[in-house]
Design a binder for this molecule. Sequence first.
Ligand SMILES: C[S@@+](CC[C@H](N)C(=O)[O-])C[C@H]1O[C@@H](n2cnc3c(N)ncnc32)[C@H](O)[C@@H]1O
Length: 153
Amino acid sequence: MIVMGIMYGKKIRRVKMKNRKKIHDDWETPKYLLDELCGEFGNMFDPCPLNPKCDGLKIPWTKVNFINPPYNRKDKEAFIRKAYEESKKGKTCVMLLPVSTSTKIFHEIIYPNAEIRFIKGRVKFKGYNTKGDLVENKCGQHDSMLVIFRGKK
Ligand SMILES: C[S@@+](CC[C@H](N)C(=O)[O-])C[C@H]1O[C@@H](n2cnc3c(N)ncnc32)[C@H](O)[C@@H]1O
């Protein structure tokens, strides 16, 4: 079923239902925030880039990693668990996540094991909105936090 169009320049491309999840999951981290984090943590590997060539959940990560995971619950939780597991192998994982402090994963994995930094103000993401327009200043409908699993061995 065709449900919406995406604007690429002046052309409208129709997008199928299965791609709605992709649109929802593709919000890009703003450059200012990445620059700030690279200043603090150095070069970081991104296991879930915009156009992934492989499954970031199935590969070993590097010494320092930055993860802004897809926001659907299943994938987001899988990346949080993977980041925690990688930290136990000595790798540092910096995650940009929507604030959600009542969840099981927050209480069982994040809160006891990570440094949490609540971000002041709403992060402005770049991506396609539900009308199919490319926007660069989309404020999420949620607050964001940095969740840092420091490498421990
Ligand atoms: C919120 S976007 C973030 C993109 C980029 N990391 C950034 O920070 O700008 C999440 C991305 O994860 C990618 N992704 C989803 N599942 C993945 C997987 N199993 N392995 C690698 N990448 C994946 C999607 O392509 C999506 O673009």
